[in-house]
Each structure stands twice: as C-alpha cells, then as structure tokens.
Unconditional design. Structure first.
Ligand SMILES: [Zn+2]
Length: 277
C-alpha cells in the first residue's frame, strides 16, 4: 500500500467523511454530500424523488421481507443494494432509503481511505445519527425547507402540510421543524412505557431552547390517545426568570406510517411553542 496522507491520517469512517468533504464538522460533511446529490439529480421542488438519488448512487432498492430492522445496505459487484422492510409505510420507507444512501457516503469515504483494509470500517452511533441527518437533508433540503416554513407558526397545520408536500412522516417533519427552527419549539413524543403500568406514558423530547417540559402526560394527551383526535392545551413554563405561556398541540400517530414505534402501543406527538413569541 502506498504511503500517503490517506493511509494513516484517518482512524474512523466519520473522520474519513470529514476529510473527503474537507469539512471540520461531520454534520457539514454529510450535508455537503447530500446537497451535491440533490444538485446532481437536478431536483429543486418537493417531493424529492428518492429513485433519482438511488440511481445516481448506483443503488437498487428492494423489499427485504426477512428484515427485522428498517433497512440495510449491501454491496454487490460495484453496485449497492438497499433492502427496506416492507412492513412500514411509504413515507417511512422513503426516509429509510435516504438513511441508507447516507451510509453510502461513508462507505465511499471508507474505500477512499483504505479503512476496510485496516479493519476500521465499523459503523458507529455517531454515523447512525449523521445518516438520519442526511436522510432529513435529502428529503427536506435546508434551503427549500427554510423558505417553505418562513413566517409560519410551527403548529399542527404546518406539520401536516410539510408531511404531505415533502412526502415524509409526521415524526420526520416534526424533527426537521425543531432542527431548523429559529424560535423556541419542542416536539414531545408520548408512548406507553414498558417498565410502568399500562396507563403510564413516557415522553421523548426533541427541543430547541425548552428544557424538559413534561414528566407526566397532560390530560389532553391522554384524551388524544383515546379519542384519536388532535387536542390543544395551554401550559405555563418558567423560563428566563419569568412565566411564559405555551401552546401544546397533540396529534395521534399511526405506527405503520411512522414506523419507529411498537404497532401495539398508541403514540401521540405534541408540538410545543410559545403562545406569544
Ligand atoms: Zn443506519
């Protein structure tokens, strides 16, 4: 093996990706590869066509009925095969395919830096998170998304609109609202806790500015679970030394479409924002 900077300067797939992109932050690196792919496929308006992405990356998408995960990536004679679990809804599958495409960026960086030969081609939790980030970028590119939500209140109407226009799950749309928001906004996902009694709900929170807002499910969330209808409530939060009014809108999710949750457990998503920002 030729001794050059590529052979010894890189110790992981994440650093290989950063080096290849010439970026200091891994997030900037993955976003660069995503925006290149979006440009190469000449896509400008949502919904973004994942078949065009796959084709450009020399990847074939197949249903993998034996799969017990969302998706997987295999290499076959210079081509990639993305196996997706057919049990999930179309919008969740679109996210999975884009997540696996993001792994291809790491794969190619790993080849470029001979990581396989050095047995440094292990995928990490960091890579998984970055691939979720990449999937969000491919389906809801920053620029397009930011101009779409500009001047809008981060409420359920906007959430549903993003989900249908960008053809993404409501969870993916909610996470992207938080990621790219310029104002305080949080998403709380409620699901029944396996370790508690059947009525206990556990929140999983993605937040911009807000701390953990709820430790127990408010009555509206429980009502939303049983009526299967959106509910809104006002809540109070002490932030920045003063009392702030919050609006919390809740919506039941369909597990098959969202795909991240146990299908036997009802899930509610709450979007929280300041009443008077
Ligand atoms: Zn993955």
């Amino acid at each position: 093996m030729q001794k050059n900077s590529k052979t010894f300067a890189v110790s992981s797939r994440v650093s290989a990706l950063k080096r290849l992109a010439r970026r200091k932050s891994p997030r900037a690196a993955i976003e660069l590869f995503c925006s290149r792919l979006i440009k190469q496929t000449r896509q400008r308006v949502p919904p973004f066509d994942i078949d065009k992405y796959a084709h450009k990356m020399r990847a074939r998408v197949v249903d993998d009925a034996a799969s017990n995960v969302h998706g997987n990536l295999e290499k076959e004679r210079g081509y990639y095969v993305i196996g997706v679990n057919p049990r999930f809804g179309l919008q969740r599958k679109r996210f999975t395919v884009c997540h696996e495409i993001s792994h291809i960026f790491f794969e190619e960086a790993s080849v470029a830096f001979y990581l396989r030969a050095k047995r440094l081609d292990r995928q990490t939790v960091t890579e998984e998170k970055l691939c979720d980030r990449g999937a969000a970028e491919l389906l809801m590119p920053t620029e397009t998304f930011v101009s779409f939500v500009k001047g809008r209140i981060p409420d359920l109407t906007l959430l549903k609109e993003i989900s249908s226009v960008f053809d993404v799950s409501r969870t993916a749309a909610a996470n992207r609202i938080v990621e790219l928001a310029t104002q305080p906004v949080a998403v709380v996902v409620w699901f029944k806790s396996e370790s508690h009694a059947a009525v206990s709900l556990s929140p999983k929170q993605f937040s911009k500015t807000f701390p953990n807002l709820f430790t127990v499910a408010p009555p509206e969330v429980k009502a939303c679970l049983s009526d299967k209808a959106p509910k809104s409530q006002e809540a109070t939060w002490f932030g920045g030394g003063r009392e702030r009014r919050l609006i919390c809108e809740s919506l039941p999710l369909i597990s098959k479409t969202e795909g991240d949750y146990n299908p036997n457990v009802p899930v509610v998503l709450s979007l929280v924002r300041l009443a008077d920002p």
